[in-house]
Design a protein around this ligand. Sequence first.
Ligand SMILES: CC(C)(COP(=O)(O)OP(=O)(O)OC[C@H]1O[C@@H](n2cnc3c(N)ncnc32)[C@H](O)[C@@H]1OP(=O)(O)O)[C@@H](O)C(=O)NCCC(=O)NCCS
Length: 169
Amino acid sequence: MINIRCETLSDYTVIAEVNTLAFGQKNEAKLVEKIRRSDRYIPELSLVAQIENVVVGHILFSYIDLVSEETLQVLGLAPLAVHPKFQRQGIGSALIKAGLEIAEAKKEAIVIVLGHLEFYTRFGFQPSVVYEIESPFPVPEEFFMVKPLQSYQKSYKGKVVYPAAFNMI
Ligand SMILES: CC(C)(COP(=O)(O)OP(=O)(O)OC[C@H]1O[C@@H](n2cnc3c(N)ncnc32)[C@H](O)[C@@H]1OP(=O)(O)O)[C@@H](O)C(=O)NCCC(=O)NCCS
């Protein structure tokens, strides 16, 4: 049984561990900590997945900028991590679905992710070019994806700019 809930202060250490194990490096754990300390942090969109009271997965959505004539804040999904021993059991998918439901409830317009096409298309993500949204990174088009939510409007286009917290060490 997977239980998904918001993070609390006492989860911070295990969240860092899960990220470090999942990615095999500390960058993502540091990213989570930097976002938490920034004004882009959204407490209700930092979620953990628990199995029998053990945290085995984590997902974070935070505000990033979508810049055209005006600058709009949109959701960026990063990072998503599942403990290596618990991968391929539906935990990552459950975290994404739970996060997207909260984002809908908050009337957010879009979610942006850099990740694998096959995985994220399952949740309604499409390459960002479809929505005239440009990646700030020189990555192949299919890796930079967008999921429009119910509040999406055509004005949500332009170039994505990540806030300073994303400047990796
Ligand atoms: C990607 C990740 C979050 C998926 O979580 P999960 O709980 O294993 O995912 P689910 O069980 O819900 O879904 C499984 C799907 O994830 C993808 N996936 C999971 N592990 C994968 C791996 N090691 N390599 C490639 N794809 C993988 C596959 O598409 C898989 O589908 P399949 O089982 O039908 O082949 C998890 O594998 C992870 O933490 N990976 C390391 C960190 C990472 O790459 N994070 C993604 C950042 S965008």
